[in-house]
Design a protein around this ligand. Structure first.
Ligand code: GNR
Ligand code: NI
Length: 171
């Protein structure tokens, strides 16, 4: 198992559109294990493969507080959505920034599980929000894209400045 490096906004690799997984094999399951380790270590409630620079349609989530509800969604497709909810979202690729985003409150999602078996599940509340946030990553989209251009620029400038300072103090 290994902890993976998480890409940060405005890295252009976060804008790539992920392609479907063709075979669910042991290599993919090793990546899934590394993604869970990376997500729990962060800590976060979800992680899309895009964030670790793997451009395959794969995400992991666990919205519990005790690592008791892990889900792996391979090639996820939302087949139903209903209701509206507003959540204060954060993102491991946009560290230190949180803002309100409106999404469906209830979804039905179809995907392959870690054994490659086609599955459907219903999700609501935070799990539904998290799955929508992760599927956005697979499409190259970030939660800051729902905010105004002015806010997005401000977040980008702040993160770029922090990164310059981090680079300078590492010299
Ligand atoms: O850890 C995370 N918390 C979170 C909170 C509200 C809505 C979405 C999320 S996902 C985020 C982890 C992450 O960046 N996943 O892509
Ligand atoms: Ni995110």
């Amino acid at each position: 198992m290994a902890k993976l490096k998480i890409l940060e906004f405005p890295d252009p690799r976060l804008r790539k559109k992920a392609i479907p997984v063709e075979t669910v094999d042991d290599d993919l399951r090793a990546l899934i294990a590394d993604m869970f380790e990376t997500m729990y270590d962060a800590p976060g409630i979800g992680l899309a493969a895009t964030q670790v620079d793997v451009h395959l349609r794969l995400l992991v989530t666990d919205v519990s507080s005790d690592k008791s509800e892990p889900y792996v969604l391979i090639n996820p497709e939302i087949v139903e959505m209903d209701g509206v909810t507003v959540t204060e979202e954060g993102c491991l690729s946009v560290p230190g920034y949180y803002d309100s985003v409106e999404r469906a409150d209830h979804i039905r999602v179809r995907f392959l599980d870690r054994d490659g078996k086609e599955t459907e599940m219903e999700a609501e509340g935070l799990l539904a929000v998290c799955i929508q946030h992760e599927i956005d990553h697979l499409d190259g989209k970030l939660f800051v894209d729902y905010l105004s251009e002015a806010k997005r620029q401000r977040v980008r400038k702040k993160l770029e400045k922090e990164r310059r300072h981090a680079a300078a103090s590492a010299m």
